[in-house]
Design a protein around this ligand. Structure first.
Ligand code: 6PG
Length: 253
């Protein structure tokens, strides 16, 4: 494992998943000690699934105080929970059915309503569960984010200002792959998090990771995840960090 500032590089995807699960456990323990609860938001896509599956196993399934965890989503495709594209459906399969988190502390974004109504419902859910409101955005203890090769994160897509030029914590958008209606946490609420973690795996992400960390992609959404009073951690596997490691500016890694 290479640690350099806020960049952590795991040898491979398996060790990346372990590092992610350890981060989840550490932040859960710290938040629960401090405030009695842990409010986390997870992303969809394929990268975090190995980490999620680890959370369903020892030591995480027993050592995390799941009864104190409030789980939210960073984004969701507005499909039914049994649709293979559902981020909630994947998480349910990967760990939610195995851990002892109270059902009323699992907050999926799934909805049968229209996208704008679904977004309004989730905003109310956030306000009820972790605070925030008309003039204050909710603050997550930890958000896990993926990055697409195009530099999107959550469902904040390049050339779509919906989720950035807003003071709302949740908005409805359409885009991505699959190109469907989605809900996403907005950039302002991502940047209000106490800790945001990019978890990135695979050679297919190596170029975008290098461009972002070398400051060569400032116009892309992932480059604008800059927690105002929180931490940003880059959790990469060696394949995703490959171009970075060969970039002179980071040769010290
Ligand atoms: C989504 C995700 C999305 C994802 C990235 C990376 O619901 O589509 O939240 O933002 O994190 O596209 O996806 P992979 O991990 O599959 O590469």
């Amino acid at each position: 494992m290479i640690h350099c500032g806020n960049i952590i590089i795991a040898e491979d995807a398996k060790r990346l998943a372990v590092a992610g699960a350890e981060l989840f456990r550490r932040h859960a323990r710290r938040s629960i000690e401090r405030s009695g609860r842990f409010a986390a938001a997870i992303s969809g896509g394929s990268t975090p699934r190995s980490m999620h599956r680890l959370l369903a196993r020892h030591p995480y399934v027993t050592e995390i105080s799941w009864e104190r965890v409030h789980l939210f989503w960073v984004d969701e495709r507005l499909v039914s929970a049994d649709d293979p594209a559902s981020n909630y459906g994947a998480a349910k399969m990967d760990f939610l059915n195995a851990v002892s988190i109270p059902a009323d502390q699992v907050h999926p974004m799934t909805s049968e309503k229209s996208p704008p109504e679904a977004a309004a419902d989730y905003r109310r859910k956030l306000e009820t569960c972790i605070g925030g409101g008309a003039d204050r955005l909710p603050r997550f203890d930890l958000v896990f984010l993926g990055i697409g090769p195009d530099g999107h994160t959550a469902s904040v897509f390049p050339q779509d200002p919906t989720a950035e030029a807003t003071d709302l914590p949740v908005v409805a958008v359409k885009g991505g792959n699959p190109n469907v209606f989605r809900l996403t946490l907005s950039m302002p609420v991502l940047n209000r998090a106490a800790c945001a973690v990019f978890i990135v795996s695979g050679a297919g992400k190596a170029q975008i990771v290098k461009n972002l960390l070398a400051g060569e992609a400032s116009q892309l959404p992932a480059a604008r995840v800059l927690p105002v009073s929180g931490r940003l951690i880059w959790l990469l596997d060696r394949d995703a960090a490959d171009t970075l490691l060969n970039f002179s500016h980071f040769s010290s890694l």
